[in-house]
Ligand binder design. Structure first.
Ligand SMILES: NC(=O)c1ccc[n+]([C@@H]2O[C@H](COP(=O)([O-])OP(=O)(O)OC[C@H]3O[C@@H](n4cnc5c(N)ncnc54)[C@H](OP(=O)(O)O)[C@@H]3O)[C@@H](O)[C@H]2O)c1
Length: 268
């Protein structure tokens, strides 16, 4: 495993994504992930699977300090009181005393009030790190102006067809971890001829090429799979490197156009 450093701390570059894994299936999926060596798990209140994740984590009996659990506040959280209620419910479902990284899932008009509530959670020790998801530069600057604790993390749409370059560069310059959600474009980029060609050249899978590319670009990633072999494959990206020329070639796939929702107009 390689690590990403932030604010004097470090986290695994590759974590396990759990969006759209139902609360029962997620128990096995997270168990496979832990067996395969993942220690960083990504969930959200909106995924409605924290309970299953809590069960898998507690049954695995891994030292809590070795795990890194991320969850996210949904857009119905509008005040500091709402933050505390949401965090306490997540802690109970996840069967833990603290969350490693608490993110705002999507920006809303309540960003500052929510951030202040998250800072309180950090002071109380219920969360160790606080950050953002789907925040563009202007949203991050809004938070930074008012923040006592600056954001440490920003989980973003990042995949070969949309590298989200400006925001990633801003995050890197400001000590914020930039993390790819849907790093595999939900499967689409795995069919790309350029990626398939590189997979053949390096003797790796298409998913491994993309995830290795993220690691080399200092972008953390949370691939999701419910298939044991794929779960294993997606974390096995540390024994090889892609050449600078091939990194540059993958960067040329970037269209600059999002595949999914625009954070300025997400509709939640
Ligand atoms: N913050 C946000 O707003 C946000 C938004 C979206 C996602 N996320 C996070 O990011 C995570 C990943 O994103 P995602 O789930 O949308 O998409 P993804 O990880 O890009 O792709 C998942 C899809 O690719 C398939 N897949 C995974 N590994 C594979 C492999 N090695 N070979 C072939 N197919 C493979 C999976 O199928 P199987 O499961 O059938 O194997 C699934 O259909 C989410 O689970 C969630 O934790 C966050």
């Amino acid at each position: 495993m390689e690590y990403i450093e932030f604010n004097g701390k470090k986290a695994d570059m590759i974590g396990f994504g759990t969006y759209k894994i139902d609360p029962v299936t997620v128990i096995d999926a997270v168990s496979y992930a832990l067996e395969a060596g993942y220690r960083r798990i990504d969930t959200a209140v909106m995924y409605q699977n924290e309970q299953g994740i809590g069960k898998a984590l507690s049954e695995a009996g891994i030292d809590r300090e070795k795990l890194f659990i991320t969850t996210k506040l949904w857009t119905d959280v509008k005040s500091a009181e709402d933050v505390e209620k949401s965090v306490c419910a997540s802690l109970e479902r996840l069967r833990t005393d603290y969350i490693d990284m608490l993110l705002i899932h999507w920006p809303t008009e309540n960003n500052i009030k929510v951030w202040k509530g998250m800072e309180n959670m950090k002071r109380k020790g219920l969360v160790r790190g606080i950050g953002l998801s789907n925040f563009k530069i202007h949203h991050i600057e809004e938070i930074k102006k008012e923040a006592e604790f600056e954001p440490e993390w920003n989980q973003l749409e990042i995949h070969p067809y949309f590298l989200n370059g400006e925001t990633v560069e801003y995050c890197h310059k400001n000590g914020i971890v930039a993390e790819a959600w849907s790093p595999l474009t939900r499967g689409e980029a795995l069919k790309d001829p350029l990626i398939i060609g590189m997979a053949e050249k390096y003797g790796k899978s298409a998913a491994q090429i993309i995830l290795r590319f993220d690691v080399q670009c200092k972008v953390a990633a949370v691939p999701k799979s419910t298939h044991k072999e794929r779960v294993k494959e997606n974390i096995d990206v540390f024994g090889f490197s892609i050449s600078d020329e091939d990194v540059a070639a993958i960067k040329k796939l970037d269209t600059g156009i999002r595949r999914y929702r625009d954070p300025d107009n997400h509709g939640f």
